[in-house]
Design a protein around this ligand. Sequence first.
Ligand SMILES: [Zn+2]
Length: 120
Amino acid sequence: MDGGKKDVSGSRASVPSRKKSEDSLPKIEPIQGAVCAQMVRCGKAGCKCGRGELHGPFHYLFWREAGKLRKVYIRKKDVERVRDLCRARGRSRRMINRGIDLWRRLQLELREVESDVRTK
Ligand SMILES: [Zn+2]
């Protein structure tokens, strides 16, 4: 009764196999990120944000990747889920797996948003 993880095959491969689906996870670890709200300046002339009334708050997920701090924009409807993922650190890998899809989508959106926000 210990999870049925016994190896009964008898013949061991000399190379440790990596067939577990968990190992196919990308190296990114979104779960180590933190969700933060930020105010944003759109940069349009005459916009209220030019007078200090910034837009937002917009939510971003911050995380470290290869020692660099990175961020990705989170749409309002995704904020809850991403927060959950952050809290899920240390929980089941399956939950993280589910988050990867969302994660990929967020990374795609990052480009659009950044080019949006970075208007001079
Ligand atoms: Zn503005």
